[in-house]
Design a protein around this ligand. Structure first.
Ligand code: ATP
Length: 454
């Protein structure tokens, strides 16, 4: 059903006069295509032929009991909203119907047709929003097509593609390790958007970005009044990701207390919000990542061994870019073309000397650094060709640092991050997103006193 198609409503009402009143009232909206039936059987017969977007039904029909009709509608069209209109003012029936999944229940009186009008508007709004979300998720799925977007042809990255393909076929947890900027989050997204869960949420949480005292409530949520400052209920990231995928980045940053809580949630597949009693069932694929070696963390007593084995699932190791030599040029070309396209520039060639320089460099910041270097080169070059001097590399073959003030790329990076932080009110998450740097990178700069928040 396209958004432009008429909105089909079935009115099931055996009282011919009342049925006509409802039909006439709803026909004021030209978007509605109205079909009236005087028996439950007639409605059921048409359900499959031309499925409606919404059904409004009288509870007392001559041929079929309201509850039976509802059950049969639910079996055939589980997602179609049903509004029940009835002459009975019986609370038990109303509660029973609402529990059986009826969207609304109205008693026949003077206000019914207006209540019905408003209820339909609300339902349509929700249906439109749902459809939009699904379309956006589809679009994201295409964006994270790892065949297109996870660029690479080296044996190392092809091995990663094979593991992603294996992961998407099952529900197994995945642990990704690799240096910063190697593409861990991109791999996590690719897994999600290729799995059966793609229509459900992908939620990413960077454990290094959350202040320690807030981690539990951030992950598991809290009830109103659970602690000072908990002014209202908060849904945690686990609950947000339910039925979808939760990506826990920098998982090694969790303290031991939180690790025990996480272990319990994973074992029991349910959580209780901080300060609450309700048990919430969880159905989540967990993807975790760390640039630290988790096994080393276990050996040092900083990471629980039992949790380590729970999280490990299918391990994917993302090799550093320096071990994917053949990918460097492929990725360089990709980032250059992408940047030039976005900025309406003609994509320049890469000179042989610049190619050599790229191949000799060790890329400590991995793919993220290569992307930044190529974007800067596109700006710095003469528009025709990228030459060695256009490539601002910070270490390896070319120790020298560019720029009139003799600053290193790292110093430039810090300067840019600083100016963004002051522009965006010290919102680290937003700045990391805008500049496409890891949030943990910024937090580490703050920790190392390279950056101070104004
Ligand atoms: N194989 C790839 N193809 C295309 N783009 C890539 C690839 N790998 C990484 N990138 C790009 O490099 C940047 C860094 O990737 P990502 O954020 O996934 O790395 P990460 O390992 O999660 O980093 P961190 O450890 O700092 O969180 C992103 O802009 C991402 O789109």
């Amino acid at each position: 059903m396209t958004p432009a198609s008429p909105y089909r409503i079935f009115i099931v009402e055996d009282d011919p006069w009342y049925g006509e009143v409802l039909k006439y009232h709803l026909s004021m909206n030209p978007d509605y295509e109205l079909h009236r039936f005087v028996t439950g059987e007639a409605c059921l017969k048409h359900l499959r032929q031309s499925p409606p977007h919404l059904i409004t039904m009288d509870y007392s029909l001559p041929d079929i009991n309201g509850a039976d009709l509802l059950r049969q509608i639910r079996e055939q069209l589980p997602d179609t909203p049903v509004i029940v209109i009835s002459g009975q003012q019986d609370v038990e029936t109303a509660v029973g119907l609402l529990q059986a999944g009826v969207h609304d229940y109205f008693v026949k009186d003077d206000r019914t047709k207006d209540l019905l009008w408003n209820a339909i508007l609300k339902i349509r709004e929700n249906q439109n929003l749902k459809r939009e979300i699904e379309q956006l998720r589809e679009a994201l799925g295409q964006k994270y097509d790892f065949g297109n977007l996870l660029i690479g042809n080296s044996p190392a990255i092809r091995n990663v593609f094979t593991l992603i393909q294996k992961a998407v076929r099952t529900n197994i947890n995945v642990s990704i390790s690799g240096e910063t900027g190697t593409g861990k989050e991109l791999v996590a997204k690719s897994i999600h958007y290729h799995s059966d869960r793609r229509k459900k949420p992908f939620v990413a949480v960077n454990m290094a970005a959350i202040p320690r005292e807030l981690t539990e409530s951030e992950l598991f949520g809290h009830e109103k009044g659970a602690f000072t400052g908990a002014a209202s209920r908060k849904i945690g990231r686990f609950e947000e990701a339910n039925k979808g995928t939760l990506f826990l980045d920098e998982v090694a940053e969790m303290d031991l207390t939180l690790q025990s809580k996480l272990l319990r949630v994973l074992q029991e597949r349910e959580l209780v919000r901080v300060g609450g009693n309700e048990r919430i069932q969880l159905d989540i694929r967990l993807v975790v990542a760390s640039h630290k070696n988790l096994l080393d963390e276990v050996r040092q007593g900083r990471f629980r061994e039992d949790l380590y084995y729970r999280l490990m699932g299918l391990p994917i190791v993302l090799p550093p870019l320096r071990d994917r030599a053949t990918d460097v040029l492929l990725l360089a070309r990709h980032f250059l073309d992408e940047f030039c396209k976005d900025n309406h520039l003609t994509s320049p060639a890469i000179s042989p000397a610049a190619t050599d320089k790229l191949l000799q460099y060790s890329f400590p910041g991995n793919v993220r650094e290569l992307k930044a270097v190529m974007q800067m080169a596109a700006v710095m070059c003469d528009g025709q060709e990228i030459r060695p001097d256009d490539l601002m590399l910070t270490s390896g073959s070319d120790e020298s640092v560019v720029g009139a003030e003799g600053k290193t790329l790292r110093q430039y990076t810090i300067q840019i991050i600083k100016s963004y932080l002051s522009k965006y009110d010290n919102n680290v998450v937003l700045v990391a997103e805008k500049l496409d740097v890891g949030k943990s990178t910024i937090y580490k700069m703050i920790q190392n006193n390279e950056l101070t928040l104004a």
